[in-house]
Design a protein around this ligand. Sequence first.
Ligand code: ATP
Length: 137
Amino acid sequence: LERTLSIIKPDAVERNLIGKILSRFEEAGFQVVATKMLHLTQPQAEGFYAEHQGKAFFAELVEYMISAPVVVSVLEKQNAIQDYRTLIGATNPEMQEEGTIRRDFAESKTRNSVHGSDSLESAAREIAYFFVESEIC
Ligand code: ATP
């Protein structure tokens, strides 16, 4: 089984969508093996998105990510990383397919409701960024 790191982002938490979005994960066959709510600090958000440092949207992204709490979860499933990215849909609103979480909930390219790891390496890094192994069931 594979693990991926999911974040329910501030726009979704603010609109009381935590339960609906967690249900979508479970209905799609993901097992929630760890989850917690936290309000990211600026250094935490900058460190999480370090690969985007220097890009035009970086400041806007960090400001948004610290604007309200988030829900970080570890999800387990066969082929979890790719299947989760298919479930959430594209970053670009024009490319979001019907039935995806972002198509249903995203407000904009930045305020796009959910995050998912994009590779085995980033999943390992991102899971370790928020959880110690003893917190994962
Ligand atoms: P995530 O990593 O959150 O799953 P992603 O892989 O779809 O998203 P990335 O390219 O890794 O997208 O960008 C990280 C986040 O930065 C996006 O989810 C979005 O919130 C924001 N973002 C990305 N590109 C843009 C852009 N061109 N303009 C504004 N915000 C952007």
